[in-house]
Ligand binder design. Sequence first.
Ligand code: ZN
Length: 321
Amino acid sequence: MNLHKLIFTNNACYNAGRRITPKGIMVHSTGANNPWLKRYVGPDDGLLGKNQYNNHWNQSMDREVCVHAFIGKLADGTVATYQTLPWDYRGWHCAGSGNDTHISFEICEDYLTDAAYLDKVYNEAVYLCVYLCELYGLTEQDIICHCEGHDLGIASNHGDVLHWWPKHGKNMDTFRAAVKDKLGGSAPDTPVEPEQPGGKIKAGDLVTITGTKYYGGQTIPAWVRKQKWYVYEVSGDRAVINRDESGRYAIMSPIKVSALSVVSAKPAENYRIHTVAHGDTLWAIAKKYLGNGSRYKEIVSLYGLKSNVIYSGMKLKIPNK
Ligand SMILES: [Zn+2]
């Protein structure tokens, strides 16, 4: 899964701030021929590309719509997932009581005849659902599409995604089976290694997973255990892993420090973090910390930014002089 985060803090749904206890996941598709994430997700973070009409959903809108994530194409054509609401916020996605119980995501539709595109977004959606099921202790049985939600009486009368997927031999049953398949990771044959004293692992370390459970007790699927992961943050006995070594997956999963083993330790920090606030510019940040605005290029390269666009909430690394 290629998971990114751009929370719609300017959408009225986010600001309503109502919370839910997720009991299921509702799959939607957009109903418009526009596979580009930038149509819905903005502003441009350097990967999405610029929405020239500025009609993305991260702003006040004339209708109440907001979902927890979108799946579609980045500017370079690769498929990605963007989380756009905290998972336990109440979304505005199905005009029914499903809003009170279900995490929702939209898959950006194309013209519905491209099997290769559907394959990619379908697989991305499988991984997103596996991730969410693990996070909230759900199973594949808790996943429905909008159309099924209507049949259950918890959503408005829409056909998504069953006006699309069956054209390519897929449906919600094949989807749930695919999620189930990945959720069913069995324990590894190798014995769990002895516990490591906490505090040995730090953010930035590359690690392998030696345990079988996530921090919350859910089983870690086999495909996750096979990868090497970078540690995103550590607090106490809890570490969060996010990107895998190859950069193919991003999962943001909490796991016990004792269930991880360091492959290669990151050298001591030679930078500090600046969280971007509204109104910040790279030039001003470089001037403030480094004494010279033109040194913003070092910040750009430390973060791996693909453009000079920054947005609120981004955690930039600032070199220590
Ligand atoms: Zn829908």
